[in-house]
Each structure stands twice: as structure tokens, then as C-alpha cells.
Design a protein around this ligand. Sequence first.
Ligand SMILES: *[C@@H]1O[C@H](CO)[C@@H](O)[C@H](O)[C@H]1NC(C)=O
Ligand SMILES: *[C@@H]1O[C@H](CO)[C@@H](O)[C@H](O)[C@H]1NC(C)=O
Ligand SMILES: *[C@@H]1O[C@H](CO)[C@@H](O)[C@H](O)[C@H]1NC(C)=O
Ligand SMILES: *[C@@H]1O[C@H](CO)[C@@H](O)[C@H](O)[C@H]1NC(C)=O
Ligand SMILES: *[C@@H]1O[C@H](CO)[C@@H](O)[C@H](O)[C@H]1NC(C)=O
Length: 193
Amino acid sequence: MKKQAIFPWGMIFCLAIAPVYGQYYENVKPHAMVEKVTRLHFFYHDIPVGNNPTTVLIAHANITDNFFSPSPYGSLYAMNDPLTVGPDLTSTVIGNAQGMYLALSHDPVKFTAVFYADFGFTTGRFNGSSFSLFSRYPPTDFVPSPGTIREMAIVGGRGAFRMAKGFALLRATSSNATTGNASLEFNVTLYHY
Ligand SMILES: *[C@@H]1O[C@H](CO)[C@@H](O)[C@H](O)[C@H]1NC(C)=O
Ligand SMILES: *[C@@H]1O[C@H](CO)[C@@H](O)[C@H](O)[C@H]1NC(C)=O
Ligand SMILES: *[C@@H]1O[C@H](CO)[C@@H](O)[C@H](O)[C@H]1NC(C)=O
Ligand SMILES: *[C@@H]1O[C@H](CO)[C@@H](O)[C@H](O)[C@H]1NC(C)=O
Ligand SMILES: *[C@@H]1O[C@H](CO)[C@@H](O)[C@H](O)[C@H]1NC(C)=O
């Protein structure tokens, strides 16, 4: 009689314990998450020359050295470029774009690259948040005509921009083909939670 009474309790105990050790995941019902849309407007400055370059060449294919181009095919750059409120580098800095870009043009006077960069903010409402841009920079004359708007893809984000997706529309506001100095205006649209 005693044995029979203990048995069901043992079964219940085993069933209660089993999921804890047998499962390494948890199914969570999605919250009714509300998508937000944020638009950002800022200027980006790429300065490969001078005493404080923001972009440096870190690797390149030696067989493309003879190409006449400031950024021959196969050149890989590290960048930590300032983002400012206004078009001048002297205007208020609000963040930086950290990452790399790989120049991919065989044409010496056209610049094409793929960017792998994290655009982070260091002030204001989005201080500490960043979005991830992974996209090609479509071909352009090396001195981009000021009016041409290009589009790049945004694939993720951190902080306030967690799970962001979106796009950036950008155009050069100034550039110098000799030095490679360039400033670009960015309009970014982010969909995030
Ligand atoms: C490129 O590097 C290879 C291997 O070091 C070398 O043999 C070749 O001469 C280099 N080419 C040029 C153009 O420097
Ligand atoms: C941005 O956030 C960092 C880290 O929390 C903090 O140290 C810094 O003071 C903040 N900057 C501004 C301008 O709020
Ligand atoms: C960014 O948006 C502003 C305001 O709508 C507009 O004046 C500017 O031409 C846009 N620039 C780009 C590169 O999209
Ligand atoms: C580009 O930079 C070179 C070298 O500093 C300078 O001589 C030239 O005037 C600049 N060009 C423009 C359009 O600013
Ligand atoms: C490149 O731009 C930076 C920042 O505007 C400036 O300090 C530097 O003199 C420029 N260099 C050339 C060679 O134009």
C-alpha cells in the first residue's frame, strides 16, 4: 500500500524537473511591439590626409598599385569618421562612424566601395546608440557631382536603435580628389522598436 502512494508523487516530481534540464530555450510570446520611425540628419567627414587622418589605408593588393586612383581596387581602409550637425567639420560633433571600407573600382576615376560601419552617437537623446550600415557605395565619378543622391542599406542597430532596419540617402557636399577629403550629408530613416 505504501509503495502505491509514493509512486504518483515521484512521477509528478520527475515531470516537473524534466523541462528544466531537458530544455535550453524558452518560447516567449511576442509583445505587441510598436515600430518606431526615426529620421536622422547629419554630416560625415572622411579625411585620409594630414596629421590627424580619420581614415587610414590598412591593406591593399600590390598588383593594383599602378592604377592611377587615390583608392585603387582592393584597398582596405579603417575609419573613425566624425559626424557633425552642420556641413563644416568645425560644427558640433554628435558621433562617429567606425568601421572599414573596401575600394572596388577598376576604373581609376570612379570610386566604388563596400562599407562595413557602425554609426554611433555620443550626445543627446541617442547618446550610446548606434546603427549598422552594410552596403555598397554605388559607383561615382571620383569627385561626386554635388547633386547626386546615393542610397545605402542599414541592417541593424543597438540601444535605442535595437533591431533597426532602414536606409540612408547621402550626397557629397564637398570633396577634393587630390587629398581624398570628403564631406557628405546623410538623411537616415530607421525603423526600430
Ligand atoms: C607583390 O608582392 C609579391 C609577393 O611579395 C611580389 O613578388 C611582387 O613583386 C609584388 N608586386 C609589386 C608590383 O610590388
Ligand atoms: C553620453 O553617455 C556617456 C556614457 O553614458 C556619458 O559618459 C556622457 O556624459 C554622455 N554624454 C552626453 C553629452 O550626454
Ligand atoms: C536631406 O533632407 C533635407 C530636408 O528634407 C533636404 O533638404 C536634403 O536635400 C536631403 N539630403 C539628402 C542627401 O537626401
Ligand atoms: C584640394 O587639395 C589640394 C591640396 O591641399 C589643394 O591644392 C586644392 O586647392 C584643393 N582643391 C579644392 C577644390 O579644394
Ligand atoms: C582635409 O580636411 C581637413 C579637415 O577639413 C583639413 O584640416 C585639411 O587641411 C584638409 N586637407 C587638405 C589637404 O585639403
